[in-house]
Ligand binder design. Structure first.
Ligand code: RIB
Length: 332
């Protein structure tokens, strides 16, 4: 197969000159340009994408790192990033990291080898310095990394406050919280919002908070412990909808009636919450929109590195379903 070196040798120019002619970037005098083009045609040279990306630094590839591909929130997010990437001519690459820093770094090295054009990170383990050392455009999505890294997130703390205020408005008197992982910024924001709403209540004690890890099983166990410890609890704010499924399972195993005896509200707005029994009231994130915005900001950063872009925080919205009673009887 003809290589770029064969073209350079026959045209008696450097490989870099051939690359500038192929990729039409940088100055080449007209005679030399024509000579290279004649040799390309003569040898029937077809630059491959790797060769092109080595010289152009553009692979036309964008990657999204997610921490748990089994959590339905992330495929919904990935769908948006893929749609926008493809719309702008980029190949989309999805990397599932299992929240494992070693897996993150392994993906990172592999992608940098292939001259990845930009990365969208959902990560709570990668540091600002690691990201800066990559020397590749990065957008943090869903989870802030630092003020130095542009991010697209939602109003986790305010959304949590609204969730607790809603339960209180529906008549709940003792509200517990199944929190997300302590080291995840989205979980921290939701815990802060819950605490701001309940910390001055007479009934509140720290054991009204059970730490979850955003998965069904942990939430199932935590909820059983919580409700066996305090049967007076009549409302639970769960830090994400997937754990909300675990809470519903636990409550069913204890023969507690939802929402008559216990109201439950989640966070995320994943489609799964529509088909649980009862269906799950939730603080819905604009999942597709935040994925779309992260991809648009990254593509903007890739195309115009000098242009200033800003972090964005989007608002969650209450969606009332069957796991909470809407006072006044209408529970649609
Ligand atoms: O369900 C997964 C959770 O992790 C979501 O709440 C999302 O915000 C992410 O932080």
């Amino acid at each position: 197969m003809t290589t770029i070196r064969d073209v350079a040798k026959l045209a008696n120019v450097s490989v870099a000159t051939v690359s500038r002619v192929i990729n039409d970037n940088g100055y080449v005098n007209e005679n030399t340009k024509q000579k290279v083009k004649d040799v390309v045609r003569k040898l029937n040279y077809r630059p491959n994408d790797v060769a092109r990306s080595l010289f152009k630094g553009k692979s036309k590839m964008i990657a999204l790192f997610v921490p748990d591909i089994k959590n339905p929130f992330f495929p919904e997010l990935a769908r948006a990033v893929e749609d926008i990437s493809n719309k702008h001519g980029y190949t989309f690459i999805l990397c599932n990291t299992d929240n494992d820093p070693n897996k993150e770094m392994a993906y990172l090295h592999a992608l940098l080898q292939k001259s990845i054009d930009g990365i969208i990170l959902v990560s709570n383990t990668m540091s600002t310095n690691q990201i800066k050392d990559m020397n590749v455009p990065v957008i943090a999505l869903d989870r802030k990394i630092s003020s130095e890294i542009i991010s697209v997130t939602v109003n986790n703390k305010e959304g949590a406050r609204q969730a607790v205020q809603y339960l209180r408005k529906q008549g709940c008197k003792r509200i517990a919280h199944i929190s997300g992982p302590e080291n995840v910024s989205s979980a921290k924001g939701r815990l802060e919002g819950y605490l701001e709403e309940v910390k001055n209540e007479k009934w509140f004690a720290s054991d009204f908070i059970c730490t979850g890890n955003y998965t069904v099983d942990k939430a199932f166990q935590s909820t059983k412990e919580l409700l066996q410890r305090d049967a007076e609890i009549d409302g639970i704010f769960v830090a994400n909808d997937l754990m909300g499924v675990g809470v519903l399972k636990a409550v069913e195993s204890l023969n507690i009636k939802v929402p008559d005896e216990l109201s439950i509200i989640g966070f995320d707005g994943i489609e799964l919450g529509e088909i649980t029994t009862p269906s799950l009231t939730t603080m819905a994130q604009p999942i597709y929109h935040i994925g779309k915005r992260a991809a648009e900001l990254l593509i903007q950063r890739i195309g115009q590195p000098g242009n200033a872009i800003k972090s964005e925080e989007h608002k969650v919205k209450l969606i009332v379903r069957e796991s909470t009673i809407e006072r006044g009887g209408n529970n649609e």
